[in-house]
Design a protein around this ligand. Sequence first.
Ligand code: ATP
Length: 346
Amino acid sequence: MAIIEIKNVAKRFGAVTALHNVDMTIADKEFMVLLGASGCGKTTLLRIIAGLETPSEGEIWIGGRRVDHLPPRQRGIAMVFQNYAVFPHLTVFENIAFGLRMQKTPQDQVRRRVTRTAELMHIEQLLERYSGQLSGGQRQRVAVARALAMEPEVILMDEPLSNLDALLRLEMRAELKGVLAEAKSTAIYVTHDQVEAMSLADRIAVVHKGRIVQAAEPIEVYRNPATRFVGSFIGNPPMNFLPARADGGGRWSVAGFSLQGPTAERPLEFAIRPEDLTPAEAGIPAIARVVEPLGPHLLVTTEVEGQTFRAVLESERRVVPGDRLHLAPMPGRARWFDPETETAIA
Ligand code: ATP
């Protein structure tokens, strides 16, 4: 059982606090993605779990054992990094076998495990090639295979697909998901790519300024962002926000459009995803500014009370710049945030 417990972990680099008291438990065999913008602290957290960095405060437990005082080698983890260090002067076989050789694994077992993981990663035909002769995508597979060959209880990955071109990334993403499910390892995967996060994760932990602001299933993070930041960071085109004025009794006025919302005294911020809007008789009054036919749908960038407000509409819809629209939020899809704390109102 490889449950990972991060207990009250803080990390300071001189005057910079990279992590503030992070608490999180990752279940056995769970695929957890740490998602956040550049510099938010996600790599630092991964490196602390790996043992490449010591926490300023707090503890790391893996499988019920405290590991933060142990060297990386003794933590039962394997790692795949962005600049996946594949040794060019070794064959693919020897690259995959590298960790096993270090552990003095018997030769027959090395052969069995290397062959199996190579098959899993679809590189069995490359085993005798020198890694220097491989494409970026193939090298990437070798790096993942090397980690999997260790049959680790925990696999840590830091932007492992970032060096690949878009199509290869897409392919590898789909493969990784299947491969890791089969490997039955607990996985932590760092990325700043929200689509990658949504696609791979059992749960996404959104990291913002050194804090985990939400850890939940992808659809939950998407539908019910815990903070304004999560709502704006996840989703493309991004979530729309508009000020809302309380009309009493849970009625709210958004750009003059009246709708039902939570009961609160103070002004709130109304939020809606662009695909959760439909043109209707009554809705938020918007003037179309830019109309982009994207194939499967139409992206309309509008202006509402001087602010940018986007709607994703059916591709058959005929809208031209200058059109006046009324955009109605689909039932149950509006979200509300406290503008002071920037957190969601239940
Ligand atoms: P990226 O996606 O750009 O790698 P990240 O979310 O992984 O970003 P971290 O690398 O964890 O972010 O960095 C978090 C903060 O800690 C940043 O402000 C960074 O500058 C700082 N930091 C990280 N490592 C060190 C270090 N060794 N010395 C000083 N500051 C550091």
